[in-house]
Ligand binder design. Structure first.
Ligand code: SF4
Length: 93
């Protein structure tokens, strides 16, 4: 990989992080029942990945410029399921 590729990955990671922080700061939380339903769906999903006790949708996000939705988005499930605007990449919720 070239240095430019790594630079783009770093920029993409910062952009994604800023988007998540923006959503959290905006307080767009899903209702508790919605969060519980989403977490139930995720807990039985074959894409759920646990790394050091943290659950992820697929492999943890690592700054990939593109991702394959059928392999999960790489988000932390606990945060993803709590944000109102989030969607399951497989359409389960
Ligand atoms: S968000 Fe969807 S694809 Fe990802 S772990 Fe949850 S149910 Fe599975």
């Amino acid at each position: 990989m070239t240095c430019c590729g790594k630079g783009r990955q770093a920029i993409n990671m910062v952009k994604t992080g800023a988007q998540v922080i923006g959503k959290i700061a905006a307080g767009r939380w899903a209702p508790p029942q919605t969060i519980e339903y989403r977490r139930q769906q995720c807990s039985s999903c074959s894409l759920r990945t646990i790394v050091l006790t943290v659950e992820f949708c697929g492999k943890p996000y690592n700054g990939r410029i593109t991702h394959i939705e059928t392999e999960g988005c790489g988000c932390m499930i606990r945060m993803k399921t709590a944000l109102a605007d989030e969607k399951c990449p497989l359409g389960k919720w």
